[in-house]
Design a protein around this ligand. Sequence first.
Ligand code: COA
Length: 168
Amino acid sequence: MDRGRLQFPVSSSRQSVSSSEFSVLNGNDIKLKNGKIANVTFLNKNDNTKELLTFINSMIAEQVHIIYDKKFTIEEERKWKKKRLELQKKKCGIELVARINGNIVGTTTAQKGKYKERGNVVLGIAISKEFRGIGLGKELLSLNIQIVKKLFKPKNIYLSVFANNKPA
Ligand SMILES: CC(C)(COP(=O)(O)OP(=O)(O)OC[C@H]1O[C@@H](n2cnc3c(N)ncnc32)[C@H](O)[C@@H]1OP(=O)(O)O)[C@@H](O)C(=O)NCCC(=O)NCCS
């Protein structure tokens, strides 16, 4: 686990759900408190690496409570995307991307644990500053949890959070 972080169980169940296809999600819309619609898709190879980079680097520049403290280069982001796509293909991880009017406004991730963490899934989430407080974080995380339950049937699902991150 990441040092200095707390792990909050957000769910503990072994629900049996029939579908194990990644197609459960694509095209999913979330209606937000301000009436705007966020469209959520799995990360896919056609997603623009530069746009993903701008999103994560804006979070890092803001110094929010995420694990990264140094901006990524385009090459690092390319590698990250390749890795996440591989994990998704192997059904070891999930990366969801939320867009409003075509622009990335949030992402959420899920990663299966290994070895003694086998059976556990750790989540992450980040929402653009301008789109916080309108229900996107909560809905996006709920969607991730639903998908994780369907695809991975985990024993436990955790959100890894810095202790002083009040919103999270
Ligand atoms: C944490 C984060 C994902 C929340 O996303 P969000 O879209 O703003 O959250 P929502 O609007 O869906 O609100 C969810 C709940 O949190 C509460 N909340 C949101 N911001 C809050 C704040 N600053 N202080 C206290 N509560 C807050 C809301 O009231 C809501 O509670 P409710 O359902 O009981 O009404 C977002 O602030 C973020 O991306 N922060 C930066 C990155 C980060 O910290 N990621 C988490 C790492 S684990």
